[in-house]
Design a protein around this ligand. Structure first.
Ligand code: 5AD
Ligand code: SF4
Length: 481
């Protein structure tokens, strides 16, 4: 494992190794020399800031970036007034891109005050050739750009960027490669995300992910289990298994394994008390998975099951490969097997050609499925996806009206569902000090709901019995028993 590799023992005068991850450790050792040199010149360590802009997969990638920067000797800070700032970008919706362009202007201001400052961009946005061109042309002060497929090469690219005065750009179109055993930071010592697969093969017609994250690649179960065992030995009690479509995990391995089989093996790891996963595609959710969840004490009673639309017509245009009826049947089957399961979802409003009737179908599913939480999105046209070419884009004011109606309904249902647990006793994993009041700590129920309770920092990382005394729509107030 990475923590057994001693950077001091690496011969940096020799040629860099060809094989991975040894090559990256070599460049971490090189960067560390550069950092020492910086320290001598400035009388302090260089400060670095990693900004995560995307989903849970991005957040996990950001932890890997921080792990490498820490190995190199950087002092990590939260402020973007740093010597090295990297944005780990998202491109799933148009406004995510616009946000980056806006913030680059601010960073440029910092760079003018601190000419040694380096600005880097990585993540999904970089996988779009037009974005890279635009940045090269309009934001030439960006020092380093790389994509999602070669993030494991960060140490090497960082070294090139700090030793070379011109910009470094390295974006790959796709990869078959999975590089294991690189350093990684953990934001929380008691919980961690674990990638089980990368990429997506579904090509939902609105979605840019398959183009920017490439084809589906599963990690070997042994590698995943070894990582989780090491995490458990390190005090981690909760793992979140991550993939764009975890239900198709293992299908493309030389020795195929199902996601349910993987879960069963994760369950056997001593010390792990909660297992979460995301995201599930309804078309691939198996009976076997429902059965494993039902039997398990460790797998959280929560399933994120993106609906996207309740209209079979629109679902077809979205290339989701299930109908309204099939989706509802699945939810029914889940609730019959696991009555207290929390079901959450993603819904897009205003997909091209969505009529008032289509939207009513979505409202109907929302009412029938009784989601515990729902993330609602206004359709965003992503150039390069089939939906961007479709006719009958829905007028903005109409979309807004539907969106508001949907939001109100999902909030009403979520609040009603949350009330059911008021005055019950539940297990809470305490995660952090409360952000507003330091007399309180904040944690999560098995079903992922947030609970604030009176307590001190020693509770962090513990699973405690809590009486939920008040329900305030999206969160609870509770008392430790
Ligand atoms: N427009 C709006 N929402 C989108 N999502 C993905 N692509 C788009 C898009 N083009 C939403 C989906 C997905 C979630 C992560 O983001 O609902 O499940
Ligand atoms: Fe996008 Fe569909 Fe893949 Fe999810 S399953 S990442 S929505 S293409």
């Amino acid at each position: 494992m990475y923590n057994e590799i001693n950077l001091d023992k690496i011969e940096i005068d020799a040629e860099p190794p060809i094989e991975e991850p040894a090559r990256q450790y070599y460049f971490m050792a090189e960067c560390r020399e550069w950092v020492k040199n910086f320290e001598q010149r400035h009388g302090r360590l260089p400060k670095a800031c990693v900004v995560n802009m995307g989903c849970q997969m991005n957040a996990r990638d950001s932890e890997k970036l921080v792990g490498i920067l820490e190995q190199c000797g950087y002092h990590m800070i939260d402020s973007e007034e740093a010597d090295f700032v990297i944005y780990n970008t998202c491109t799933v919706r148009e406004n995510a891109n616009n946000k980056v362009y806006g913030r680059l202007g601010v960073l440029h201001g910092y760079q003018k005050k601190n000419p040694d400052m380096m600005i880097a961009l990585c993540g999904c946005m970089m996988q779009e050739p037009s974005v890279v061109e635009k940045i090269k042309h309009s934001y030439p002060f960006v020092n380093l750009m790389f994509g999602t497929h070669n993030i494991y090469k960060f140490a090497e690219l960082l070294y090139r960027a700090v030793t070379k005065r011109s910009s470094v750009v390295d974006v790959w179109e796709d990869t078959e490669k999975i590089v294991e055993n690189l350093p990684s930071e953990r934001k929380f010592w008691f919980k961690s995300g674990v990638n089980i697969m990368f990429g997506c093969n579904n090509f939902c017609s609105y979605c840019i992910v398959p183009y920017v994250r490439g084809r589906e690649r599963s990690r070997e179960p042994e590698d995943i289990l070894r990582e989780i065992e090491a995490l458990a030995a390190d005090g981690v009690v909760e793992v979140m298994l991550l993939g764009q479509n975890v239900n198709s995990y293992g299908k493309n391995l030389a020795r195929p394994v199902t996601f349910a089989q993987l879960l069963k093996r994760v369950e056997q790891i001593e010390g792990i008390r909660r297992i979460r996963f995301m995201t599930s595609h309804p078309k691939d959710l198996s009976e076997e998975l429902i059965e494993v969840m039902k039997q398990s004490d460790k797998i959280c009673k929560h399933l994120h099951l993106p609906l996207q639309s309740g209209s079979s017509e629109i679902l077809k245009k979205m290339n989701r490969r299930y109908t309204k009826e099939q989706y509802l049947e699945l939810v029914e089957k889940l609730r019959a097997a696991i009555p207290d399961i929390a079901v959450t979802t993603d819904i897009i409003v205003g997909f091209p050609g969505e009529t008032e009737e289509d939207f009513e179908e979505t409202m109907d599913v929302v009412l029938k499925a009784q989601y515990d939480r729902a993330f609602t999105f206004i359709y965003s046209k992503r150039t390069g996806t089939p939906a961007a070419e479709m006719e009958n884009q829905v007028p903005q004011d109409e979309v807004k009206r539907r969106f508001d109606r949907l939001l109100k309904e999902v909030q009403r249902i979520a609040a009603k569902k949350a009330m059911v647990y008021k005055d019950t006793v539940q297990k809470v994993l305490v995660e952090q000090m409360n952000e507003q009041d330091n007399q309180f700590v904040t944690g999560r129920l098995d079903n992922n709901s947030v609970v604030h309770l009176k307590g001190t920092s020693d509770l962090i990382g513990q699973i405690v019995d809590v009486r939920l005394t008040e329900c305030r729509g999206f969160y609870y107030l509770g008392e430790v028993l």
